[in-house]
Design a protein around this ligand. Structure first.
Ligand code: SF4
Length: 570
């Protein structure tokens, strides 16, 4: 079974920007937040916004307070003025591509030009654009409507950003032939066109296409229509529960795409559940899928990876007694990660709904496993030395305190009550904790040289930083919804990818330097394969985004396991 996720699936730039802006406002402000009209046409997103106390406002009251966000479609300028006059703080999240059209219309209307908009006058974007036409704007949806308009002395012609390109080309050709004095502008957004082209190509190469998105969303409907026109089975769903899986039992390839207003978590969830349902109908694939889910959800794969990384760090430092330290690292990481997953159920609902459901169902047994493994790790550490025991104890207590409210409400203006509320703390603390447990604890007990301990620490913590920051990028939407300020939320996706790349390349450089300081070329080469592999994996995800989040997670977590296997070759 082949499942392909369309590269263009999900939020377009304008919608993502508007959703990020409203969530950032909600995370930083205590006042009520409203969106002027529905932010996007997606019922799950609207429901989610209400849980974050972000409400929809359809009419402007005479007086009000709080923040109002103008959505990506934009509004007529007089609406923005009325909102300000009523007393609201206005955040204008109009998409920059729509702003460009507003600016064109405004500039020409100022000089007495009439405005012709090729688009639906009832669509909010067109309503907003007409507001800039100074009473001389005309929206048309068909050629005969354009032909019926009077001949203006001067006119500017623009298209609604989501307009059909072929139709607008016809309009332009007619204007060039019959109204050559009109000024024509290309204002259709490339995002819509690219999305439709891709779904057409996918429909031609797959047995079925699933289009995910709100039924009220025009661009989602159009995607389903484009797929259906190819005569491939096209299914438009709002929620994965609507799919009739028995009808898809014989399907060998499925493409999944989504409208511009469908968030990542719905796409990821749809993809994971479609894969699971179809694989479960085939015994061997079903067993493999269940094993993968079990290893990921229980964090056993991650713990094994921590053990492997400890072993690799010990090999790098030429240490003995590595197995007990590998076991300590495994138990510590298992314990802390399970606790994190228990506390992160809210954000996981939007990032990994299957994992959130797993932790809701097995909360007690997983909490028991976390406590048991934490205690077992401390017991083993006490057997290796007092210093190791105290370092691990402090780290475990910090890990426990990470999610707990330790600062009373009202004490800190910046709404920081827990360690986890400190912006970017998650990535940094996980990196430091892993670095210490995988490289410093074994060194302390073996009296390793400081220089080699530092090399092992940078090697290990660099890899962990790359892994954690990458997962934070995958979880960026869910974390925003849950109000977490992770590193990628602070830096943005592009800068975070740049930082990850820079760190992985630095690890390769470090191993090269260690080679000059006495590490064998073979050892350096073998260990350098891990950052190279991570770089390739992340770059392929960044460019194609064609694997589901679960598959990518499995591959990345497996790289730490690979580190131990490669270290065994040295
Ligand atoms: S479809 Fe294009 S113009 Fe419309 S909001 Fe998205 S990016 Fe902006």
């Amino acid at each position: 079974m082949r499942i392909t996720i369309a590269k263009t699936a999900g939020f377009c730039m304008g919608v993502r920007r508007a959703v990020d802006m409203v969530l950032d406002a909600a995370n930083r402000s205590e006042v009520p937040i409203f969106t002027y009209g529905p932010l996007i046409h997606n019922p799950q997103v609207l429901q989610m916004l209400e849980t974050r106390r972000i409400f929809r406002m359809d009419t402007i009251p005479e007086k009000g307070e709080g923040i109002v966000l103008i959505r990506a479609h934009g509004v007529p300028p007089e609406d923005e003025d009325s909102l300000k006059k009523a007393g609201f703080t206005v955040i204008n999240a109009t998409c920059p591509r729509v702003v460009r059209v507003q600016v064109i219309i405004n500039r020409y209307a100022e000089n007495g030009y009439a405005t012709i908009i090729i688009g639906d006058k009832n669509h909010p974007e067109v309503t907003g654009l007409l507001g800039y036409a100074r009473g001389n704007g005309h929206a048309v949806t068909a050629m005969d409507q354009l032909q019926a308009l009077p001949v203006f002395e001067n006119a500017v012609v623009v298209a609604q950003t989501t307009q059909n390109t072929a139709f607008y080309e016809e309009i332009k050709a007619w204007c060039a032939a019959n109204r050559p004095h009109y000024k024509l502008f290309d204002t259709i957004c490339g995002s819509t066109e690219r999305r439709q082209q891709e779904v057409r190509q996918l429909a031609e190469t797959h047995d079925a296409v699933i289009v995910v998105g709100g039924r009220q969303s025009g661009n989602t409907q159009r995607l389903a229509q484009v797929a259906a026109e190819t005569h491939t089975r096209a299914i438009h769903i709002e929620d994965v529960s609507e799919i009739d899986f028995t009808a898809l039992a014989e399907t060998r390839s499925i493409a999944i795409t989504a409208g511009a207003s469908t968030p990542n978590w719905i796409i990821t969830d749809t993809c994971a559940r479609v894969a699971r349902h179809l694989q479960h109908q085939r015994p061997l694939a079903g067993v493999l899928a269940r094993t993968q889910d079990f290893l990921l959800n229980t964090n056993i794969l991650l713990a094994l990876g921590a053990g492997s990384l400890t072993y690799a760090c010990s090999v790098l430092q030429k240490l003995s007694h590595t197995l007990v330290h590998a076991a300590i690292a495994m138990l510590y990481v298992l314990s802390m990660q399970i606790l994190n997953n228990i506390f992160a159920i809210t954000s996981d609902t939007y990032n990994r709904p299957d994992r959130a459901a797993f932790y809701k169902k097995h909360r007690t047994s997983m909490a028991g496993l976390a406590l048991f493994s934490g205690a077992a790790g401390l017991y083993l550490a006490s057997k290796t030395g007092v210093i190791s025991f105290f370092i691990l104890l402090v780290m475990s207590l910090l890990g426990l305190a990470y999610n707990l409210k330790i600062i009373p409400t009202g004490f800190c203006k910046k709404r920081i009550r827990r360690i986890k509320d400190i912006p970017g703390s998650k990535t940094i603390l996980i990196t430091m904790a892993w670095g210490i447990v995988t490289s410093i604890l074994p060194s302390v007990d073996n009296n390793s040289s400081l220089a080699w301990m530092a090399v092992a620490f940078v090697f290990s913590s660099g890899l962990v930083f790359a892994r954690t920051a990458f997962f934070d990028i995958l979880a960026i939407q869910g974390d925003r919804i849950a109000g977490r300020e992770t590193l990628p939320i602070l830096l943005g996706e592009k800068k975070s990818f740049f930082l990850i790349r820079y760190i992985l390349l630095s690890i390769i450089g470090l191993l090269g330097g260690a080679c000059l300081a006495g590490l064998s070329f073979f050892s350096a080469f073998v260990l350098a394969l891990i950052p190279v592999f991570m770089l390739l994996l992340m770059s392929s995800f960044e460019e194609k985004r064609q694997k589901s989040g679960v598959q990518v997670e499995f591959l990345i977590e497996s790289t730490f396991l690979l580190t131990g296997i490669l270290a065994a070759l040295i």
